[in-house]
Structure formats: structure tokens, C-alpha cells
Design a protein around this ligand. Structure first.
Ligand SMILES: [Zn+2]
Ligand SMILES: [Zn+2]
Length: 148
């Protein structure tokens, strides 16, 4: 026979795992339910949800504005990248595509984006809307100042 204390401990350990799993499962299901509820609410309240979306946009617009001021003040390195790209395009070394490398859109202004300004040769060609998204991501992630 094994030690009853040992048995109790084992039993607890096993149950602890089960409880943890159950809790995780519950969280997951709960999240799905909440998402579904939110979706339904948005469908039922299109005006209110548009209002909320507008609010989010306004807040983002502000952060984008702030970011642009920052950009002008402190980021000469970005300017250097930008002019390096312009020079190489002019010299025919770099070819500017006529489509966005992110969404494939054509017929719009394609801009050169740098993920890393210490690598001016690493250029991502994107359309204006993808560029904005890339920078929103960078600003929100705070892992990079972003730039043009
Ligand atoms: Zn795009
Ligand atoms: Zn950029």
C-alpha cells in the first residue's frame, strides 16, 4: 500500500492540472461567447457601433498627428533613408514597383517604407493605406519609431 499522504498529494496534483485545464477551457469559451455577443451587438446597433468606430479613429488620428510632429523633430535618419531611396530610384539602381507589396493594390501612390532605418537598403514598397497601417502598428507596438 502507498502512503495515504503521498496518495493525497498525487491526487491533488492530478486534479490541479484538470482544474487548470478546465479554467482555461472556460476562459476560451467565454471569450468566444463574448466575441459572438459583440458581433451580434454591432449588427443590431449599427449606428452606435459606427459612432464608437469613429471615436477610435479620432483617437488614432491624434496619435498619428503627434507622431508626425515627432517625426519632423527628431528623425533625420529617416530622411537619410528616404533620400537614399530617392537617389537610387533616380539612378535606376532601385526599381519602384507600381503595386503594393503588402496588399497588391495598383494605381495608387507607392511609397518606400523602412522597417529599420539602420538598413536604408531594406525597402518595403507599399501603398499609402498599407503604409499608414504599418506605422500604426509600429507606433502601438512601440518597438520602433516608424517613419517614411
Ligand atoms: Zn497596400
Ligand atoms: Zn514607413
Amino acid at each position: 500500500m502507498s502512503d495515504p499522504k503521498e496518495y493525497a498529494r498525487n491526487y491533488y496534483q492530478k486534479n490541479k492540472e484538470k482544474i487548470k485545464r478546465r479554467a482555461l477551457n472556460y476562459q476560451k469559451q467565454n471569450r468566444e461567447r463574448t466575441n459572438a455577443k459583440n458581433r451580434k451587438w454591432r449588427a443590431d446597433n449599427p449606428e452606435r457601433s459606427a459612432q464608437i468606430a469613429r471615436g477610435v479613429y479620432e483617437r488614432r488620428k491624434d496619435s498619428l498627428k503627434e507622431y508626425r510632429i515627432d517625426y519632423k523633430l527628431q528623425n533625420w535618419e529617416k530622411m537619410r533613408c528616404k533620400s537614399a531611396v530617392a537617389n537610387r530610384v533616380r539612378a535606376g539602381i532601385l526599381k519602384k514597383p507600381d503595386f503594393c507589396s503588402r496588399c497588391g493594390k495598383t494605381g495608387c501612390r507607392i511609397v518606400a517604407h523602412h522597417e529599420d532605418y539602420s538598413k536604408p537598403n531594406d525597402v518595403v514598397w507599399v501603398c499609402c493605406s498599407c503604409h499608414k497601417l504599418l506605422h500604426l502598428r509600429l507606433v502601438e507596438g512601440k518597438d520602433h519609431g516608424g517613419g517614411f
